[in-house]
Design a protein around this ligand. Structure first.
Ligand code: BGC
Length: 664
C-alpha cells in the first residue's frame, strides 16, 4: 500500500537549480524574521513585499550565515548550502504592488546563536539591492500586510462573531489578534476572518494568482477561535493556542472540541478485539482503540458495518470513534497490494460520491450518534502519491479530474457538514515526504487541496502521519541528523539518503508549523500511527555505535530495523506507543490506524483472488524473496502473508514480541 520515491537528496542537490527570473529593478522590501527559537534550532520567515508601483514577476532572495544552517523549508525553492537562495515556486512568484509573499524554513544553530543575516535579492531594495533583516517586529508589521485597514496601535481591539480580540504580536508574522489565549490570526479588524483567503489590498488584488491559489505565511486569515467551545483539561499547553474551530451543531447541542481525543474514552472495535484475543498474549492490546476501515462500498454494510460499529460505540458509552475513508478511484496508484474497486475511467468519481461517501454521511448524520466525536482518517497515501509518483500512469490519472484531489475535496465537503466529524488528512510519513523538496511540494499540494474545499482550512481538524507504516517516532541513538561521523553528516548515510527526518515526531510537528504558516489555524493537530512502529525486541540496539564508518554507525544505532525506509509491506516491527491524547506539543494523539495483525499485502505471486477485493494483487514489495528495486536491498517482508486487510497471525505475534514500550 505504501510506497516512497525520493525526489532529492538535500539542499545541496538542488544548488543552482530552478532560479526564478526576477524582474530587475523592481522595488520590494525583504524582511527576515525569526519566528521561533530553541536550544539548537530555530524557524524563520522571509517576507517579500512589493513596495513599488509595478508588478513583480518572479523573485529570489539570498543570504548567508556564520554558523546557522537550514534543514528544511516551505513555500519557496531553497537551494544552496550557505549561502542560500530562495526562489518563488511559480504559483507565488507574481506580486502586485502592495502584495506580500512569505516563505519559511527551519534551521540549526550549530553551537552559535540564532543569526539575523542580511538579505540580498534581485527584487529586494529600491533598485534590486539589499534589504535589512529584523526580528519579528514589536510594532505591527504594516508593510507585510496588504490589508485595507491596518491596525494602528497596540491595544486596538475588534469584535468578530461576538468575541473581542486584541492586537498582539505573533511569533510568526508580526502582528495578529488574540482572544485571551495566544496571538493567532492576521486580518484587518474590519474584515472578519473567512475560512480561507488572502486579504488583498482591494478586491481586484485578491483575485490575482497569489491570492487565489494559495496563501503565504501570515497572509491568510483564519476563522479559528471564534467559538466558545470546550477544550479538554488534559490539553497540553503547547498543543494548541485556541479552542475550537467550529461551533455548536445547528440542530443540536454538540460542541466541537479542539482535540477529539483529549480527555475522552475511545471505542474498542469488537471485531478486531475478538481476533486479537484469539492470539496468545493478545489480551495485552485487545482493549485499545483501532480504526475501522471503510475500504470498499461493501464494508459500509458487511458484517456489523459502519452502523453496527457506531451502535456499539454508543453501547460502550465511549466518546471517540475513529474510522478510515479509503476508497478513492485509482486507489494505491503506485502499488498493487491495495488496489481498490473504483477506477477513474469507469465512472469512479461518481460512484465514490454517490455509493460511498453519501451512505457514509447518511449513517454518520443519525441523531443517535451526534454526541460521538467521530474521527475520519482521510485516504491514506493518496495525496503523497501525487507529490512523488505522477510518473506512474495510474497516479498521473489520479492527479487529474475525478481523481484524488476531487475525491478528497468531496469527502471533506460532505463530512465537514457534520459538526461532530473531525477529519485528519493523511500525509504519509517522514521517510517519504521528509526531503525538503518533497516536504514543500506536499505542503503546497495538500494544503491547497484542503483550502479548495467549501470550508477551506476549517474543513479539517489536522493531519495524520505514518498510517499503516513503520517509521519510528524518533531514533533515540541518532538524535542529530547533522552530526559528523567519518567526516560526513549522519543524514547522508545510505539508510537516510540525506533525508533530515529520522522519525515521525519532528516531521509531524514541523508539518503542523508549516501548515499554520501557510494559513491554517493554530488549532490544527497531528495524529501519528504508532501501531507497529515500536521496534523493540531482541534486535533493538541498546546504545550508540562506536564505529567511525558512517553506514556502520547508522546501521548499528538505528532502531528502525528495515533494510530500507521505503519497505512498507509486512515489516517485522513491533507495537509502538499506546494510543494516547496530547503526547507531545502539536500532536493531538498517538493512534492505531492500522490494526495490528492485518496484512499489508499478499506475499506470493500465485495468490488466490480475494472475493471482497478482486482488484488486490501481489506487489513485489510484499514478497520476501524479492528486492526493493529502488534500493537493491531485500524487501524484508514477512512470508505467508494473506491479502491486505486479512488476518495474519504470525505478524500479530511478532508485533507483540517486538513491542516497545514493552507490553505488560
Ligand atoms: C487494506 C484494507 C484494510 C486496511 C487495514 C489496507 O492495506 O487495503 O483493505 O482494511 O489495510 O488493514
Amino acid at each position: 500500500m505504501i510506497t516512497i520515491l525520493k525526489k532529492g537528496s538535500g539542499l545541496s542537490a538542488v544548488l543552482g537549480l530552478a532560479m526564478a527570473a526576477a524582474s530587475q529593478g523592481a522595488a520590494a522590501e525583504c524582511t527576515y524574521s525569526v519566528s521561533n527559537e530553541w536550544s539548537n534550532g530555530f524557524t524563520a520567515e522571509v517576507s517579500v513585499t512589493n513596495d513599488g508601483a509595478s508588478a513583480i514577476d518572479g523573485w529570489d532572495v539570498s543570504w548567508e550565515y556564520s554558523n546557522n544552517r537550514i534543514t528544511n523549508g516551505w513555500n519557496a525553492d531553497i537551494s544552496g548550502d550557505n549561502p542560500y537562495t530562495a526562489s518563488d515556486l511559480g504559483w507565488n512568484g507574481a506580486l502586485q504592488p502592495g502584495q506580500t509573499v512569505s516563505f519559511g524554513f527551519q534551521g540549526e544553530t550549530n553551537g552559535g546563536s540564532v543569526e539575523q543575516p542580511e538579505l540580498e535579492g534581485t527584487v529586494c531594495g529600491d533598485s534590486g539591492g539589499t534589504s535589512s533583516s529584523s526580528t519579528a517586529s514589536s510594532e505591527p508589521d504594516q508593510s507585510s500586510s496588504s490589508a485595507s485597514s491596518e491596525p494602528e496601535e497596540t491595544g486596538q481591539q475588534c469584535n468578530w462573531y461576538g468575541t473581542t480580540y486584541s492586537l498582539c504580536e505573533t511569533t510568526q508574522s508580526g502582528w495578529g489578534w488574540e482572544d485571551g489565549e495566544s496571538c493567532i490570526a492576521r486580518s484587518t479588524c474590519e474584515s472578519q476572518p473567512e475560512p480561507y483567503g488572502v486579504v488583498g489590498e482591494d478586491s481586484s488584488s485578491s483575485e490575482s494568482s497569489v491570492a487565489s491559489s494559495s496563501s503565504s505565511a501570515g497572509e491568510s486569515s483564519s476563522s479559528s477561535s471564534v467559538s466558545s467551545s470546550v477544550s479538554s483539561s488534559s490539553q497540553s499547553s503547547a498543543v494548541s493556542s485556541s479552542s475550537s474551530s467550529s461551533s455548536s451543531a445547528p440542530d443540536g447541542d454538540y460542541e466541537r472540541v479542539d482535540n477529539p481525543f483529549a480527555g475522552t474514552e475511545w471505542y474498542v472495535d469488537p471485531v478486531w478485539a475478538e481476533k486479537a484475543m484469539g492470539e496468545p498474549g493478545g489480551e495485552a492490546i485487545a482493549g485499545y482503540n483501532t480504526a475501522v476501515w471503510m475500504d470498499r462500498i461493501g464494508a459500509i454494510t458487511d458484517g456489523i458495518g459502519l452502523k453496527g460499529h457506531l451502535d456499539e460505540a454508543v453501547n460502550q458509552g465511549v466518546d471517540t470513534f475513529m474510522f478510515v475513508v479509503y476508497n478513492l478511484p485509482n486507489r494505491d496508484c503506485n502499488a498493487l497490494a491495495s488496489n481498490g474497486e473504483l477506477l477513474i475511467d469507469e465512472n469512479g468519481f461518481e460512484i465514490y460520491q454517490q455509493d460511498y461517501i453519501a451512505p457514509i454521511k447518511e449513517i454518520l448524520s443519525q441523531p443517535k450518534y451526534s454526541d460521538l466525536h467521530i474521527v475520519a482518517i482521510i485516504e491514506v497515501d493518496s495525496l503523497p502519491n501525487l507529490v512523488t509518483n505522477t510518473d506512474v500512469p495510474s497516479c498521473q490519472e489520479a492527479a487529474g479530474p475525478g481523481g484524488y484531489v476531487d475525491g478528497i475535496q468531496h469527502a471533506l465537503n460532505e463530512l465537514s457538514d457534520l459538526p461532530n466529524v473531525y477529519s485528519y488528512v493523511d500525509i504519509a510519513h517522514s521517510g517519504w515526504l521528509g526531503w525538503s523538496d518533497n516536504f514543500s511540494e506536499a505542503v503546497q499540494l495538500i494544503g491547497d487541496t484542503v483550502k479548495g474545499t467549501e470550508k477551506g482550512v476549517d474543513s479539517i481538524a489536522g493531519y495524520v502521519t505514518n498510517s499503516a507504516n513503520y517509521t519510528p517516532l524518533e531514533e533515540p541513538y541518532l538524535p542529530d541528523p547533522s552530526l559528523q561521523v567519518g567526516g560526513q553528516p549522519v543524514r547522508s548515510a545510505s539508510f537516510y539518503e540525506w533525508n533530515p527526518y529520522f522519525g515521525e515526531l519532528e516531521f509531524a510537528q514541523d508539518w503542523r508549523d508549516a501548515m499554520i504558516q501557510s494559513g491554517f489555524p493554530s488549532d490544527i493537530g497531528m495524529l501519528i500511527d504508532t501501531g507497529r512502529n515500536g521496534w523493540g525486541g531482541p534486535n533493538r540496539p541498546e546504545g550508540v555505535s562506536d564505529s567511525s564508518d558512517l553506514d556502520t554507525y547508522v546501521d548499528e544505532s538505528r532502531i528502525d530495523r528495515r533494510y530500507h525506509r521505503g519497505n512498507w509491506c509486512n515489516q517485522p516491527g513491533g507495537v509502538g506507543e499506546r494510543p494516547q491524547a496530547n503526547p507531545e506539543p502539536g500532536i493531538d494523539a498517538y493512534v492505531w490506524v492500522k490494526p495490528q495483525g492485518e496484512s499489508d499485502g499478499v506475499s506470493t505471486p500465485d495468490f488466490e483472488e480475494d472475493p471482497n477485493d478482486p482488484n488486490k494483487q501481489h506487489d513485489g514489495m510484499c514478497n520476501p524473496e524479492e528486492n526493493n528495486e529502488d534500493a537493491s536491498v531485500p524487501t524484508g517482508a514477512l512470508p505467508n502473508a494473506p491479502h491486505a486487510g486479512r488476518w495474519f497471525p504470525e505478524a500479530f505475534q511478532l508485533y507483540l514480541e517486538n513491542a516497545h514500550p514493552p507490553l505488560d
